[in-house]
Design a binder for this molecule. Structure first.
Ligand SMILES: Cc1cc2nc3c(=O)[nH]c(=O)nc-3n(C[C@H](O)[C@H](O)[C@H](O)COP(=O)(O)O)c2cc1C
Length: 449
């Protein structure tokens, strides 16, 4: 399948299956906890995406984990693994944005319930982690429109099911949706919204980007053609035409209710929020739809929110110092850790690189600099370098009172904390061990079946 042929979740699933990166899980699983337990274990093992076909209480199959590792991101972006950062850099450049393509009808218009018929308890919304405060929609992309400029916007907002037609809607006030609502003459007036579930991963990846342009245009840049959009049945918003399921309705900014906790990006459960509510006025779906969820606080969440959109700028910062440097933001570090690899030149270079990485994104707190013989995408390899190449009293430096993310679990309430650089490169001037033991990589499936 070519990159341009991936248009929806169904073609994504086909592409994953072609590359041996999809498990169709027909063993029965419970919607609450068990589905997420299985998906989380798969993500930790980089075992591919999951399509659960027998979920107790769910009328539909449930897909998850499509963008949870480098291998999976490469399929989603339609490029080789080595080109992921290049491709993300290209598509994040507004000059490469591709306008949407408006169509008159969408497959999801095949089935619609409206008004009193809306019953959100019919949707297979999981309880993901054991500490979650209820059933949360986590894999929907929120589609809104700037009331001033008219441009579209994509975002992720966790949503707690509160009743037959009500969801709690989590939004940090400074995000685009919050700004849109506040920019109106009456900031408390109902605000139209569409929630698209089950999407081309280009749209999933684009929705995690924070940018002043319509993220659908970034999704277009990923595919090299405009994303098809269609007006909603209730709201005047351009909604991805090939979504599996679409919920439309109104956010009520002043009708707030407690929602939470939910597994957060930083790896803890987080707190309760007094959030706006959404009144759902219609639910539409394709024939035989596939529900999609993101296991919160886990690899896919981090990949979409913290890895893919941030590695290009991180790489630009370190390459300003060393054109040959490479970078990775590993998903197990929740966006707080960056790994930089270099051919070490001067003994002080790793520290300069670490400082550059710390300033590339406010969240980056710990930076490990390794040599080229360390695979930055392998946690065991990075830990090997930390164990075998770091003289702790000499090779670690700290930057106290640095600004980080206010939700960083080791920073204070305003995000001020200590940034740490670890020079895990081999210091030949200290002692000479020669080359590191290495075995050639092999495709194990050829040997193990
Ligand atoms: C899986 C996932 C869940 C997220 N959940 C929330 C959320 O509940 N509330 C929120 O304000 N932001 C959340 N975010 C962050 C933003 O919605 C998202 O990164 C988006 O890019 C916001 O950009 P915008 O301000 O340009 O719209 C989440 C991000 C991801 C990847």
């Amino acid at each position: 399948m070519t990159n341009a042929e991936m248009t929806d979740l169904r073609s994504h699933i086909d592409a994953l299956e072609d590359q041996g990166l999809l498990s169709r899980i027909s063993a029965p699983v419970a919607l609450d906890y068990e589905l997420s337990d299985v998906a989380a274990a798969m993500q930790r093992a980089d075992a591919g995406a999951a399509l659960f076909t027998d979920v107790a209480g769910s009328p539909w199959p449930i897909f998850t984990g499509g963008v949870a590792s480098r291998r999976l991101a490469a399929v989603a972006l339609g490029c080789p693994i080595e080109q992921i950062v290049d491709k993300m850099g290209e598509v994040l450049d507004p000059a490469n944005a591709l306008p949407t393509d408006t169509v008159d009808s969408a497959p999801w218009q095949a089935n619609t319930v409206r008004g009193d018929e809306v019953d959100l308890t019919a949707l297979p919304i999981p309880i993901h982690s054991r500490g979650d405060g209820g059933e949360f929609i986590t894999g929907a992309v929120t589609v809104t429109k700037d009331p001033v400029s008219g441009r579209g916007n994509l975002s992720y907002n966790r949503m707690l099911r509160m009743g037959r037609n009500t969801l709690g809607f989590n939004v940090n006030e400074w995000r685009d949706v919050g700004t849109f609502m506040k920019s109106r003459p009456d900031p408390d007036a109902p605000f139209p919204v569409a929630l698209a579930i089950g999407l081309d991963p280009a749209i999933m990846i684009a929705a995690g980007v924070r940018t002043p342009i319509d993220e659908l245009l970034i999704a277009g840049a990923i595919r090299g053609r405009g994303v098809e959009v269609c007006r909603g049945v209730d709201v005047d918003i351009d909604i991805p035409a090939r979504a599996e399921i679409v919920l439309e309705g109104m956010i009520h900014p002043a009708t707030r209710a407690p929602e939470g906790p939910l597994a957060e990006f930083h790896g803890y459960l987080g707190e309760m929020w007094e959030s706006p509510t959404v009144e759902i006025t219609s639910v539409s779906w394709r024939d035989d739809p596939i529900y999609q969820t993101i296991v919160p606080g886990w690899y896919e969440h981090i990949y979409i929110g913290n890895v893919l959109p941030r590695e290009p700028l991180l790489r630009r910062f370190v390459r300003h110092l060393d054109a040959g440097a490479d970078v990775h933001i590993p998903p197990y570090g929740n966006g707080f850790l960056a790994v930089v690899s270099v051919d070490r030149d001067d003994p002080g270079t790793p520290r300069n690189l670490a400082m550059a990485a710390m300033t590339a994104h406010i969240n980056i707190r710990n930076v490990v600099v390794v040599d080229r013989d360390v695979d930055v995408s392998q946690p065991s390899d990075v830990l090997w370098a930390i164990t075998n190449r770091v003289h702790w009293s000499d090779d670690v430096f700290t930057v106290p009172h640095a600004q980080g993310h206010e939700m960083d679990p080791v920073a204070d309430n305003r995000g001020v904390g200590v940034k740490v650089g670890i020079d895990a490169t081999y210091k030949r001037e200290r002692r000479e061990y020669g080359e590191r033991v290495a075995y050639a990589p092999v495709d194990l499936t050829r040997y193990l079946g």
